[in-house]
Design a protein around this ligand. Structure first.
Ligand code: KG4
Ligand code: ZN
Length: 344
């Protein structure tokens, strides 16, 4: 039929994603299905993702997840015109399961295979929701594994890293602080919820790397985490009740302040008038609200995919695949392998 169907497969961390995107004859893209199976509950008692558990979970979830995506779209495997898969960055074993599965699908269906960059997927996914992106934009990726400011020239084009975290990722900071506060893993959602009841100015937690001699566009969250841990310890030692909501709100304000301040500054300096905010942490209510406020003041158009598309999924990988197909770049050889440390 008209339009070409791309199956996207994502297994870089703890989410097994299978998504289907149709590249229309006019070059636009349509999201047809987005199926995700998560092993997050199996990692919860360890307080972080355990690579071996993630790999096994991907292996078990792969076929049913692809099947669910096809069912959701009312399609069958023979309708698939190309397969796109996350080649990296991510966990080596986890990536390998996805890449192997994608090769098998591409070989069996005799269709092209595209190995894609996970980080670009987080940006490209917004096209499915808000239409084409301008030729150049700034992306702020904030997740459990990444905290990066990227200058993006076309989804299938160039990506330059403007800045990144020098220690913990933003999501990691949420997860570690949640652990200190004895809140469940992953820590982002419970802290976000608790923070609504608290005072963001109750405790003056440090804003990492905001001094005059610090790297302008890099981030640091480990000092913030340590400051929270110390504050909690001292309060406990003094025999006082922990004001969990105030701690959550003050911690969240420190993260939101630094992230949005640096992102807006980077966009302004690079002359970029569009910003895409994506990754699991983009779902945070305060970070997205403050980004909106500061972007609007600076005359920057902010684009935030809906939360379901901000977290890892297969549709974002299919979106990059469809872009590459649209630009008629060569597909990846079937011999491609997972690249855990794939650079941007
Ligand atoms: O993008 P993602 O699903 O996976 C990767 O890490 O690639 O991001 C997961 C991270 C976790 O650290 C989780 O705590 C965080 O996103 N997160 C949040 C929120 N929802 C999820 N952080 C802050 N606020 C939230 N509402
Ligand atoms: Zn991700």
């Amino acid at each position: 039929g008209p339009g070409r169907i791309v199956l996207g497969i994502e297994t870089s961390c703890d989410e097994t994603g299978a998504g289907l995107v149709r590249l229309e004859p006019d070059g636009s893209m349509r999201l047809l299905a987005d199926s995700v199976a998560s092993s997050v509950e199996q990692h919860a008692r360890f307080g972080g993702v355990v690579p071996e558990i993630a790999s096994r979970a991907h292996l078990e979830a792969m076929e049913p997840t692809v099947r669910r995506a096809l069912d959701e779209a009312g399609l069958s495997l023979s309708d698939v015109d190309a397969v796109a898969v996350t080649a990296g960055p991510g966990l080596a074993g986890a990536l390998m399961v996805g890449v192997s599965a994608a090769k098998a699908y591409a070989a069996a269906l005799n269709v092209p295979l595209y190995g894609v960059n996970h980080l670009l997927g987080h940006v490209a996914v917004d096209v499915l929701e808000h239409g084409p992106l301008p030729p150049r934009c700034l992306a702020m990726l904030v997740s459990g594994g990444h905290t990066q400011l990227l200058s993006v020239s076309g989804i299938a084009g160039e990506v330059t890293e403007i800045g990144s975290t020098i220690d913990d990722a933003a999501g990691e900071a949420y997860d570690k602080v949640a652990r200190i506060l004895e809140l469940p893993y992953p820590g982002g959602p419970p802290i976000d919820r608790m923070a609504r009841e608290g005072d963001p100015n109750a405790i003056a937690f440090p804003r990492g790397l905001t001094g005059p001699r610090d790297a302008k566009f890099d981030f640091s969250f480990s000092g913030l985490k340590t400051a929270v841990a110390r504050w909690v310890e001292q309060t406990r030692e003094a025999g006082m009740q922990l004001p969990i909501a105030d701690i959550a709100a003050s911690f969240q304000e420190a993260v939101a302040d630094v992230l949005t301040r640096k992102a807006v500054l980077a966009a302004a300096e690079l002359g970029l008038d569009t910003m895409v905010l994506s990754g699991g942490v983009a779902a945070n209510s305060r970070i997205s609200a403050l980004a909106k406020e500061r972007c609007s003041e600076a005359g920057i158009t902010l684009r935030v995919p809906r939360p379901r598309l901000c977290t890892d999924n297969g549709a974002m990988i299919a979106a990059v695949g469809a872009h590459v197909m649209a630009t008629e770049l060569d597909p990846s050889p079937l011999g491609i392998s997972a690249v855990p440390g794939l650079p941007v």
